[in-house]
Design a binder for this molecule. Structure first.
Ligand code: FAD
Length: 337
């Protein structure tokens, strides 16, 4: 089914809760609807197009003078299965965490560390979502998308997605040219490769944990650290953790021995952006309708009634200040529209 609206409010469709409007809105819930959706799009004179998922990594800075398209395709289908592994195809409109829950309930391993990440399946390959040492790329087998230029469904394998840190081909060569329709995941049925190397998961004992224990632990940690967008508008981590030259961070570590860093390679180091922001004194900062969360300095929040520009302005102040203090440039993870 296709659902069309004009002058449509996006307030409930973005987790920052920004009250922006879109000139046109089209949602659809079947794979085959895409042919009709494509036709509708080509009939519109407003050519600007935004594919929206759960709106959990998007900041609307003003009204959108184009068409917002949203997939509500929601299904899980087994494609193949052996004793050891199962391949499933999942519709791009399914809520990501509902899928993780389904996997854990079936004892299918691979997604459990990614529990409770907001958003839908279609955004997972775009963003290469990640948490607790696991990324979507570790479980994605292929992605089916509609190519707006070729006007056909295309399937590409994991390698062709060019996954990187919160990055993929969909944010680069294919930016704005596709809508993900479904994603195929390759999951383990036994001898699960558990990843307990990050954060509080280290406290778990590998010999007596199962997928459910990991999921419950991840949900518990996330609930205690991250603000619930239903209660307070936010887009999760606002900035990416910068990846820098090791020589440069070695020098900084002499001045700031407590700086939180993770080895990326022999020459590259990832610095915790949250540590930089907290160290610079921004944690809990508040101005007008916006602020920095008091428990998690990487999260910018809408205290209620904020305009997107206010959040942009606060983020710029933080970027400038971090550069002045550490000579490090932070880049937003959240996408400005
Ligand atoms: C409280 C909170 C915690 C978070 N924690 C994490 C975390 O731990 N790890 C992490 O990686 N992220 C995290 N995020 C960020 C966010 O959840 C992810 O980036 C998520 O994948 C966004 O999904 P979405 O469906 O909301 O996408 P949206 O925000 O709607 O869109 C994100 C991007 O994906 C594109 N897109 C969406 N759907 C499609 C589609 N079907 N086809 C083509 N393009 C599409 C959009 O155009 C946009 O470019 C968090 C966010 C919040 C609010």
């Amino acid at each position: 089914m296709i659902h069309k609206e004009n002058n449509y409010s996006l307030k409930s469709l973005n987790t920052f809760g920004i009250d922006a409007k879109t000139k046109h809105y089209i949602a659809f819930d079947q794979m085959d609807d895409i042919f009709e959706v494509d036709k509708l799009l080509s009939e519109l004179t407003d050519k600007q197009r935004l594919v929206l998922g759960g709106g959990s990594n998007i900041l609307f800075t003003k009204d959108f003078e184009g068409v917002v398209v949203q997939s509500k395709i929601d299904f899980i289908q087994k494609i193949s299965e052996t004793e050891e592994r199962v391949v499933v195809e999942v519709g791009s409109g399914m809520v990501w965490d509902d899928f993780v829950s389904y996997c854990v309930n079936n004892n299918w391993g691979g997604t459990e560390n990614l529990s409770a990440i907001p958003g839908v399946i279609g955004a997972a390959p775009v963003q290469n979502i990640g948490a607790y040492g696991v990324e979507a790329k570790d479980v994605i087998r292929s992605v089916k998308y509609w190519d707006f230029a070729k006007k056909q469904v295309v399937e590409i394998d994991n390698e062709s997605c060019h996954f990187g840190y919160r990055d993929s081909i969909f944010k680069n060569e294919l930016k704005g040219k596709t809508i993900v329709l479904s994603v195929l995941f390759d999951l383990s049925k036994k001898d699960h490769k558990l990843n307990l190397s990050y954060g509080a998961l280290k406290d778990l004992n590998e010999s007596d944990v199962d997928l459910r224990t990991i999921r419950e632990k991840v949900v518990e940690i996330r609930d205690s650290k991250l603000p619930d967008p239903v209660k307070i508008g936010n887009g999760g981590s606002f900035f990416k953790n910068p990846i820098l030259e090791k020589d440069f961070t070695d020098q900084l570590l002499q001045e700031f021995p407590e700086m939180v860093t993770y080895k990326v390679s022999d020459t590259k180091v990832k610095v915790a952006a949250g540590w930089l922001i907290e160290q610079a004194g921004w944690k809990g900062y508040s101005e007008n309708h916006v602020g920095v969360h008091d428990k998690q300095s990487l999260v910018l929040v809408n205290h209620g009634g904020a305009k997107g520009e206010e959040i942009v302005s606060l983020s710029q102040k933080i970027i400038n200040d971090i550069y002045d203090k550490f000579k490090i440039t932070l880049h937003p993870e959240v996408i400005f529209i």
